[in-house]
Design a protein around this ligand. Structure first.
Ligand code: HEM
Length: 503
């Protein structure tokens, strides 16, 4: 009895195991055929295309995105797909196909739907803020045109914020670079967004920087999670609602003052020239509530604080590690300001400073891919390959930025590279010029509308820094390595730079 039971138990164990493996295999096959990977099986894969194994490739992609994208583009030439934990990203390596992405209309390949997913809109800025567009013509038009007019105030805000963030001292003082530079940028940008006195209100600036950092953190953590658990995780990791409320409380009295003044007509005495004024002029309906205006300012602050601060930190790392670069910029700035003073014309003439920042952007762009879009319907490239609705598609920035046909000795930082290129061509090579050769500001209809302001702001800050301060690393001459997470490239977030007032 015992032995027959044992045999039966053995058989049923065997059967159970067979059933379990069989069910798992069928489930795996069904999930594979229903998966995004299968729908994209006609696109060559970097890593493994198989379920589970692709998870390991996604893990590898977290740390090796640069080499995986470069090798994918090199081997597959036109299109390949790379694995992220929650999706496949199709990468175009071919310029014609990148141009297809640039030219595709928003209702086919959507930049904004991608941004809403990337930034986890419902948990950060709000999907309605990310998808609205009324502010874009303002940024491209009125805001950009006002830069020369606002320049004197921008300069004085640069002076004041340097004085507060890097107090002039004869002694070397170590500062956490990223947070210092973010605070300077936040103040200078907010001069043009909300004006004085709010841009000098320490609480407002601290909250704007904190919101930018917290939103980014929440987006990174929440994105790969299943939708059902996002609200729970968000509850534990995020202070965003509280920060937004505090910003709104500080902003509302200023909104009310301006609304009151607007009652006498849109062109009232003492009308401030800043983004808040122009948003109030343009916003209608849902966009015009205090909540929506607060979210819009926080969203614009995000674009205006994070990217320029990262770009400047990369440039300052080159300066702190190489005294000869500091001298190079100092000579240019001293020569030009002695003729033109600290003016917008002087900043425009600083072609070496411009080339320095652009070269640093080339080697340390914020992401290895660009022109990232979500397909809202099936999309066929000019080579006949179709990607299905729902696919995330992009162009490889890194393989262009390191292409030796475009940039001889591409891995070497050459601060004069773009000065030389401009002298040999009729094309424009300044920071604001956009194209496929250098795609740090995007290209086409979604190209960054803030880049003209960003260029002036970054050049002014760098010129001011080299003129008034010495800088170095504690370990002299060693530039800290970047932090890369998947497609994202960040200047080392832990690095400290020593500053001393220049005698
Ligand atoms: C170094 C500084 C900056 C970098 C590297 C940068 C980069 C970018 C990139 C890559 C895009 C997406 C382009 C695309 O998808 O094709 C973008 C869009 C945008 N940026 Fe910037 N940006 C910078 C500064 C700024 C500033 C200062 C502002 C605000 C004043 C700003 C506001 C925006 C806005 C509103 C968009 C969305 C444009 C649209 O969808 O049409 N950015 N930026």
């Amino acid at each position: 009895m015992l032995s027959s039971n044992f045999v039966l138990d053995g058989l049923s164990w065997q059967n159970t195991t067979i059933y379990a493996f069989g069910t798992a295999a069928v489930a795996l096959l069904i999930s594979y055929f229903a998966s995004e990977g299968y729908k994209l099986s006609h696109i060559p894969t970097v890593g493994s295309p198989l379920p589970f194994l692709s998870f390991f490739s996604a893990f590898k992609f977290m740390f090796r995105a640069k080499s995986m994208i470069i090798s994918g583009v090199k081997h597959h030439k036109t299109l390949c797909k790379v694995p992220e934990f929650d999706q496949w990203v199709v990468v175009a390596g071919d310029r014609e196909l990148m141009d297809d992405i640039r030219k595709a209309p928003e209702h086919v390949l959507s930049a904004m739907t991608h941004l809403d997913e990337l930034l986890q809109g419902p948990y950060t800025f709000g999907t309605s803020t990310i998808l609205t567009t009324y502010h874009l013509p303002l940024l491209r038009g009125t805001f950009t045109k006002s830069i020369p007019h606002l320049f004197p105030e921008v300069l004085s805000e640069v002076r004041d914020s340097f004085f507060d963030v890097i107090p002039p001292s004869q002694e070397w003082k170590a500062l956490h670079l990223q947070s210092s530079i973010m605070h300077i940028i936040a103040r200078v940008s907010n001069l043009t967004f909300v004006g004085r006195p709010l841009c000098q209100n320490k609480e407002f600036i601290d909250l704007s920087v904190r919101f930018t950092q917290d939103a980014l953190k929440a987006a990174i953590i929440l994105r790969p999670l299943p939708s059902i658990i996002k609200p729970i995780v968000n509850y534990f990791i995020s202070n965003i609602s509280e920060t937004r409320k505090k910003v709104k409380d500080l902003l509302t009295p200023h909104i009310n003052l301006r609304r009151e003044a607007m009652k006498g007509g849109s062109e009232y005495a003492g009308k401030q020239m800043d983004l808040l004024t122009w948003l109030l002029d343009e916003a209608k309906g849902e966009d015009a509530t205090d909540d929506a205006l607060t979210s819009m300012l926080l969203f614009t602050n995000f674009g205006a604080i994070h990217a320029p601060a990262m770009a400047l930190a990369h440039s300052i790392f080159y300066l702190a590690a190489n005294p000869k670069y500091v001298e190079l910029l100092r000579d240019e700035v001293a020569g030009i300001t002695s003729r033109l003073g600290w003016t917008k014309d002087a900043i425009d003439e600083m072609v070496i400073t411009d080339s320095f920042i652009k070269e640093s952007q080339r080697l340390h762009a914020g992401a290895y891919i660009a022109l990232i879009r979500k397909a809202l319907r099936d999309f066929t490239f000019s080579n006949g390959v179709t990607i299905p609705k729902g696919t995330t598609v992009s162009g490889s920035a890194v393989s262009n930025h390191l292409d030796e046909k475009l940039y001889p000795d591409p891995h070497t930082f050459d601060p004069l590279r773009f000065v030389k290129m401009a002298s040999e061509s009729t094309k424009k090579f300044d920071i604001t010029a956009v194209g496929l050769d250098l795609i740090v500001f995007g290209y086409g209809r979604h190209a960054c509308p803030g880049r003209f302001f960003a260029a002036v702001e970054m050049k002014l800050i760098l010129a001011y820094l080299v003129t008034h301060y010495d800088m170095k690393f504690a370990k002299e001459g060693v530039r800290p390595s970047d932090l890369t997470v998947g497609i994202n490239v960040l200047p080392n977030p832990f690095a400290e730079v020593l500053f001393r007032k220049r005698v």
